[in-house]
Structures are given as C-alpha cells and as structure tokens.
Design a protein around this ligand. Structure first.
Ligand code: AMP
Length: 445
C-alpha cells in the first residue's frame, strides 16, 4: 500500500496506465448509444490488485451521525439545512475517509446518497479564503453534472464556497471569465463534464496543482469505451497531476475490468468499497416482466399498462434516439401525454425537459440511457423497459431511477419472445429472478 505522498509515477505523478500521450481529442461529453460490452458479473468485490491487501478487505468504520464526523460547522449547517438528518449507509462509510484525504473507490446503490457522500467529504477540506479551484467533480452527462451542482450549492449554502458548473453546451467564454487569473472570485469547486474540463485544462484556465481532490462520478462509465480516451487525456502527463490531488471514483456498477483500471489511479491509502453484482440489484424495487408474442404488440401492451397502472412519474427506456422519438409519436398519437429525451437533442431542450420532469410537469418521460445513470427524480415510481438494455450493467441504472432513497418503486420489462433469452441473461447477471407481472397489477411491494 502506498502512503500519502509516496511517489507512484516517477516524480510523484499520477497517470492512468498508458495515459502519457497527449491526444487532442475531445469526445462529446454525453452518453447515449449503448455500448456493447457485456462482461460476466463475477468477482467485483475482490480487490483487483495493487495497493491494498488482496486477501483482507478493510473493515470500514461507520459514522452514524453527521455530528460525529468532525465536520466544519458551516458545512454541518449546510447539510442539515439541505434536509439531510442522518447519513445514509454510503455516507456513513466514505465521508470521513475522504475528509482524511484517502483515495476512494466506492460502489454504491443508485439513489443511496453517494453525491452527498463525496461532496461532503471534499467540502470538509475546502477553504473559502483560498481563491483557487480546490476540487473538481467530473460527471458523464450535463444533466448529472447539473444535479451534482444543485446538491453542492445546497450543501455550501453557509460556507461561502464558490461552486461553478462547467459543461458542454454552455459557452466556454463564461467559464474562462470566471476562471480568469487575477479574478478575486475564482470558483473553488468545479462540477464539469469531461469534454469541457479537458478544454479548460488545455487552455490553462484550470491547473491540477491547485486541486486537492478530483472525483469521477459514474466512474465505470468514464473509464469505459466512449469516455476512456477523454479521461486518459485529462489525466495524461503534460497536465502533471500528482498525489497531492486526492482521487475519488464512484459508481453504482463496477465491472471487474473497469475496477482494475480504476485501481491504477488510487495511491493515497486507498479505501475500496466494492459489491457483488447481486448485491446491487436494488432490493426496494419490485421487478416484473410482461411477455408478448411479437414486437409489434409491445405498443398495445405499453398503452394498456399506462392506462391501468398507478404511478407518480414514470420513465420508459428505449435503446436509440430514433426509438425514443418514434415511441413518443406513437403514444402521443394514441392520446398519451408523453415527452422524450436523448443525447443529440439541443442542450437547452434537454435542460427544459429535465426541469419539467423534475418539477412534475412531465409525468411520463421516454428516455435513452442518457438519463439512465445517476439522475435523481424522487417521484419516479415506475420504470418501464420498452427495450432491454444492450449492456447488462445499464439495467440496474435504469431501474434505479425508481425507488429513490428508500421510496417504493417498480420496474416492468415489456419483452417479446425473442427477448426472453436476453432477460434470462440479465437475471443470471444479477442473480435475481424477474417475476411475471401479476394480473391484479399490484406491483409495489
Ligand atoms: P444520490 O444517490 O446521491 O443521487 O441521492 C439520492 C437522493 O437521496 C437525493 O434526492 C438526495 O437528496 C437524497 N439524500 C442523499 N443523502 C441523504 C440523507 N443523508 N438524508 C436524506 N436524503 C438524502
């Protein structure tokens, strides 16, 4: 195990393996098209390598109250003011180690408060009198970044810490103006999407040397396929990240290959909280399926369900942007009041739709996996998979949109006979049976 301050990459530098090349590539900072990369669910809880003892996972101390965590008073006031009374399980485990500046790799169920967990941890070390960017959080989508920003604003309400949201879709000049050298009000916490963050690094508007902490939310997604190269570029040698910057990697899912990559980033007395795939199957959410003979019968089934089921808000997942638009047209044509969201929509439209959904003005939202991750709308009680996700790990992200923070939730897969095998694979992946939809439609346990 390397201790804080121990050089890991030559001159105390951090870098992902193979991350030394400077590539001038900026990928779009959104996730939408499903990535085909199905990996067996085995052994995610096993420490993959390296810094910690492989055979003896650490027993993590839990702090049962925020008061017992020795947090700055103005942060504590923000926590209670934001409405958090007691820490959730993940918060009980990660806040103090993060505050103690340990690198962290943590897998936490969707909707269990991981945003608060990493934010409170890093905020505990921030100093309002230091006029520089002290910490950053990277998230794969603008929507998620926006949501983290909202929580950060809430938690810092008494701290006087300046929080800034830097995402694609907004003009970069606005970021540059805020970060301008010589400004007396430089943001101290920056929440960003990877593309914009990389751009700001390249323009030397932000400097790794000022960062005490860098958090990657939905880390498995940021370290996989579409974003991997972007993250490599961000962490590549020219930018000179050192072990002075604490790293936090958070996700609801973590497949072994990604966990192994993630581990190469950890250096400061790392804390690892990983779970088995079965453990992340969201006990609070009742999972059902409805089988139809042929694909063209799915729409009828969906419309019948929409008529008969009780729910506060509902998300219907499909796999492609075209499918989202087509399904929205078809349901609207049958008199249903539905909207859709996907990754190639204009940033303003996406924000408008997400805001309306959060405010409850939209009750049924058809979505691609763009909002399958991390997005927290507490009133979603029902998730319908009109198409099963191509990547198994997205199933948990999708159904995790319901049943937020202990509320009741249900998910229904509408499948035709050809998709039965795919569903069985998902069941095997999570070690859970998905039940047949009951005739009485009494779906909330
Ligand atoms: P997250 O998993 O971070 O998306 O959080 C899910 C939901 O739980 C959000 O609506 C949070 O506001 C809420 N939440 C997080 N931590 C707490 C807490 N300690 N007490 C009450 N609600 C919380």
């Amino acid at each position: 195990m390397s201790s804080p301050g121990t050089p890991k990459y030559g001159a105390n530098e951090r870098a992902l393996d193979g991350a030394s090349a400077t590539k001038n590539t900026v990928v779009e900072d959104d996730f939408d098209a499903p990535v085909i990369n199905v990996t067996a669910a085995a052994a995610v809880s096993a420490p993959a390598s390296g810094n910690s003892s492989a055979s003896e996972p650490e027993v993590v101390k839990e702090y049962m109250t925020f008061d017992s965590m020795d947090l700055p008073l103005d942060l504590l006031r923000g926590i209670y003011g934001y409405g958090f009374e007691k820490p959730s399980e993940i918060q009980r485990k990660v806040i103090v180690p993060i505050k103690n500046r340990r690198d962290t790799l943590a897998q936490a169920h969707s909707g269990t408060g991981k945003t608060g967990g990493f934010l409170i941890g890093i905020l505990a070390n921030m100093d309002k009198s230091v006029n520089e960017v002290q910490a950053g959080v990277l998230a794969p989508t603008r929507e998620l970044a926006d949501q983290i920003y909202t929580v950060a604003k809430g938690l810092t309400q008494h701290m006087g810490i300046r929080v800034h949201l830097a995402v694609g879709g907004n003009h970069v000049d606005a970021d540059l103006a805020k970060l301008r050298r010589g400004s007396s009000e430089i943001p101290q916490l920056i929440i960003a999407t990877p593309g914009r963050f990389y751009d700001l690094l390249n323009r030397k508007a932000i400097h790794p040397s000022t960062f005490k902490a860098l958090i990657l939310d939905e880390a498995d997604q940021l370290l996989d396929a579409k974003f991997k190269e972007q993250i490599y570029c961000i962490l590549s040698n020219p930018f000179k990240w050192t072990e002075n910057t604490q790293i936090g990697l958070f996700s609801a899912t973590m497949i072994p290959a990604i966990a192994a990559t993630a581990e190469t980033l950890l250096a400061r007395n790392p804390l690892k909280i990983l779970r088995d795939a079965e453990e992340v199957s969201l006990d609070g959410i009742a999972q059902y399926y409805l089988l139809v003979d042929r694909p063209e019968q799915k729409l009828d089934a969906l419309c019948d369900l929409s008529d008969c089921l009780t729910f506060t808000q509902c998300t219907i997942f499909v796999n492609t942007q075209k499918d989202a638009e087509n399904l929205c047209d078809a349901m609207t044509g049958r008199g249903f009041d539905v909207s859709y969201i996907h990754g190639t929509m204009d940033a303003k439209d996406r924000k408008r739709i997400m805001d309306s959904f959060r405010e409850g003005k939209i009750r049924v939202l058809i979505a691609t996996d763009l909002i399958g991750r991390g997005i927290d709308v507490q009133q979603i009680s029902l998730v319908i998979n009109f198409q099963l996700p191509v990547q198994h790990s997205n199933y948990i992200h999708r159904i995790g949109r319901s049943g937020r923070y202990g509320r009741k939730g249900a998910s229904i897969n509408i499948i035709d006979k050809r998709e039965m095998r795919q569903q069985e694979e998902i069941e095997a992946f999570y070690g859970r049976k998905v039940a047949v939809l009951p005739m009485d439609l009494n779906i909330y346990n």
